[in-house]
Design a protein around this ligand. Structure first.
Ligand SMILES: *Cc1c(COP(=O)(O)O)cnc(C)c1O
Length: 361
């Protein structure tokens, strides 16, 4: 069996695929595939509402946090966030800690003034101490990316904004650890890293923040309009939402976020320990407290591309796939999302051990 360490679209639980396969030609005894059922039909609405409720249940959301499902990917929200919120004061703070938050800041600058909280750097390997941050008390919101998928940098804390609404991109680590939702104004995440196929983005918005959209905001990105329409302002990607519902049920059955968090800790620790105990053969450029539990980034032989290619080829022969680092970073990236098991990770670590033994001295 192939082990998928891809960064996204990423591995999903096999049981989900099996269920989807079983139901594909005849959903809930309708005689129809879920793909050909109207988004206004009762059978679809039932699963749509159940999916939204699963999000609320798993994340334990209070009533004043609203769940919306939108298209356009996480990239759509790079525009959606400023369009809906920068109108409060006209400016926003961006904490850039990697490639994705950098892109988000560039997009936001089309709609208002963007203040970069941190000095620009060429490589993202850490998160500077909060005491050094240049926060603007007049900002409409403070934006950050909780886990930088390409760089392998993850926040070990929630930023303190002194009352300014906090907005977070959790595309690659939502449902992997618990967090205090009341610290946030907006949380969003594309599905294809940790909870479904590509094609839907989960947006959680504190109710009082829905009234600031710029007049030019397209209806399909407007939080208020989409919430009012139960995320059916236009035709939603019904099949994707159906699969997401199944992944969320799998999370619930598997012990909820607590279990996902424990596993993430164990899996990532296993790989980081190998890196740190390899006498420098493997190296992770990220400072320890900020190393991602989801995307473990490392180099081999100090960045020896021939060695890295050999490592990837050997992994492929052992049926481990999609381990190549992001093109902006290079090296190896092992993505350890919720569906990746401890066994999968142990197989990778065995390959690391054998490769080290072969090449050391
Ligand atoms: C993948 C990713 C994105 C972009 O997602 P798209 O769905 O391709 O737009 C944005 N932010 C983070 C953190 C990601 O991992």
């Amino acid at each position: 069996m192939v082990i998928n360490f891809g960064a996204g679209p990423a591995k999903l639980p096999k049981e989900v695929f099996v269920e989807v396969q079983q139901e594909l030609l005849n959903y809930a005894n309708t005689g129809l595939s879920i793909m050909e059922i109207s988004h206004r039909a009762k059978d679809y609405i039932t699963l749509h509402d159940a999916t939204m409720q699963s999000v609320r249940d798993i994340l334990n959301l209070p009533d004043n946090y609203k769940v919306i499902l939108l298209q356009g990917g996480a990239t759509g929200q790079f525009a959606g966030v400023p369009l809906n919120l920068i109108g409060r004061t006209g400016t926003a703070d961006y904490i850039v800690t990697g490639g994705w938050s950098s892109k988000a800041a560039k997009e936001a600058a089309k709609y208002g003034k963007v203040n970069l909280v941190l000095p620009k750097v060429s490589k993202h390997t850490t998160i500077p101490d909060q005491s050094t941050w240049n926060l603007d008390p007049n900002a409409s919101y403070v934006y950050y990316c909780d886990n930088e998928t390409a760089d392998g940098v993850e926040f070990p804390f929630i930023p303190e904004t002194n009352g300014v609404p906090l907005v977070v991109d959790m595309s690659s680590n939502i449902f992997s650890r618990t967090f205090d939702i009341t610290k946030f104004g907006i949380v969003y995440a594309g599905a294809q890293k940790n909870f479904g196929p590509a094609g839907i983005t989960l947006v959680i918005v504190r109710e009082d923040l829905m009234n600031h959209a710029l007049p030019i905001t397209p209806a399909i990105l407007n939080y208020k309009d989409n919430f009012a329409a139960d995320s059916e302002y236009n035709t939603p990607p019904t099949f994707i939402i159906y699969v997401v519902g199944k992944v969320l049920n799998w999370i619930k059955k598997s012990g909820g976020i607590k279990a996902m968090a424990d596993n993430s800790q164990k899996k990532s620790q296993l790989v980081y320990d190998r890196i740190d105990n390899s006498g420098g053969f493997y190296s992770c450029p990220i400072e320890k407290p900020y190393r991602s539990r989801m995307n473990v980034v490392f180099r081999i032989g100090g960045g020896d591309e021939a060695l890295e290619a050999e490592f990837l080829k050997g992994a492929q022969e052992l049926k481990m796939t999609q381990l190549k680092g992001h093109r902006s970073v290079g090296g190896i990236r092992a993505s350890l999302y919720n569906a990746v098991t401890l066994d999968d990770t142990e197989t990778l670590v065995k390959h690391m051990d054998a490769f080290l033994a072969k090449h050391k001295q």
